[in-house]
Design a protein around this ligand. Structure first.
Ligand code: SF4
Ligand code: MG
Length: 318
């Protein structure tokens, strides 16, 4: 993410973001690569430290002491894009599932065995004895992702952060893993953050969608609102480029350039160099988020009534 950046350059990968993940819901964070969406997920795991801002769990700031950190890390689980990178190839499924139970619970041997059976059942890997002694390479990509999710559920997390959990899987098994996340939302009352470049899958799975561009939230709201009635030009562009969910590749927003470098982002609205509606004001002033519907917010000058005719001049005409 920070490759190619020289020493001493400060990159604000994400800025001015405030987000609530309610229990029993899926919030999708959608954007192209480089939008800061993975950074946001990692900030929430505590894997990287924010330079400002704070994380609250149940409305309480997460403490900095070792005990508070332990409590927090057992409450929040990150599922990565590549289940190979989160499972250790020299260990069996049993090892991966039993380790968190040993570390974070007081369960005895027999109770752990029962819990492992339940966990595998929860992710539809049954019968459990067929999987417990397998190594990651003996499983399919979808099965590995299910094991990674089961491990995350081992100690009863409150928050599941899933960073592109299906993008490396075969198209044919993606839906199964999305349906599992869908099912866990209510079954385990999890607060899930689903990070994806694919707004079509967000529409399928999420209750709320947060659209990020160049490290900032440009639009957020109920998933149906965002996909049926997108307010922000970037969301409209993402939707128009959204792949058929059955297709494998990342949507390419052809002919409209690429997301900017976060070392030196564009002034004003960061999307203005790519925006078909850019006005004079967009190149110089950053738009504030404004309500555009119920719980629906968009940061775009098109929603502003206070601009004068000069500010509204199309940018390309200047
Ligand atoms: Fe486009 Fe201007 Fe809206 Fe940015 S603020 S998305 S440049 S119209
Ligand atoms: Mg990413």
């Amino acid at each position: 993410m920070h490759s190619g950046i020289g020493r001493g350059q400060v990159v604000h990968a994400v800025e001015d973001i405030s987000m609530v993940l309610p229990a029993g819901t899926v919030t999708a964070v959608v954007g192209e690569s480089g939008s800061g969406k993975s950074t946001l997920a990692r900030l929430l795991t505590g894997l990287i430290k924010p330079t400002g801002g704070q994380v609250l769990l149940d409305g309480e700031p997460v403490g900095t002491g070792a005990r508070a950190r332990r409590k927090y890390t057992s409450s929040v689980h990150l599922v990565l894009q590549d289940p190979f990178s989160s499972l250790n190839s020299v260990h069996t499924v049993r090892y991966h599932l039993e380790r968190p139970l040993k570390l974070h619970t007081k369960l005895g041997r027999a109770e752990r065995a029962e819990r492992m059976r339940q966990l595998l059942e929860r992710v539809s890997l049954t019968p459990a004895q067929d999987y417990l002694d397998k190594y990651p390479h003996e499983l399919s990509g979808g099965q590995r992702q299910r094991v990674a999710i089961a491990r995350g559920l081992a100690v009863g997390p409150r928050v599941l952060l899933a960073d592109e959990p299906v993008s490396m899987l075969d198209v044919s098994i993606r839906l199964g893993v999305l349906n599992l996340l869908d099912d866990l939302r209510s079954g385990e009352n999890l607060a899930t953050m689903y990070v994806t470049h694919d707004i079509a899958s967000a529409r399928y799975l999420a209750d709320c969608i947060v659209v990020m561009y160049a490290g900032q939230v440009v639009e957020s709201g109920p998933a149906t609102q965002i996909t049926d009635n997108p307010a922000h030009p970037y969301t409209q562009l993402l939707l128009s480029a959204a792949p058929d969910p059955a297709r494998a590749e990342t949507p390419v927003l052809r002919g409209r350039g690429a997301p900017p470098s976060l070392v030196n982002p564009p002034a004003g609205c960061r999307f203005h160099p790519r925006c078909p509606f850019a006005m004079k004001v967009c190149a110089v002033r950053s738009p504030e988020p404004r309500p555009v519907g119920e719980d629906h917010v968009s940061a775009c000058w098109l929603h502003a009534s206070e601009l004068d005719d000069d500010q509204r001049e199309p940018l390309s005409a200047t």
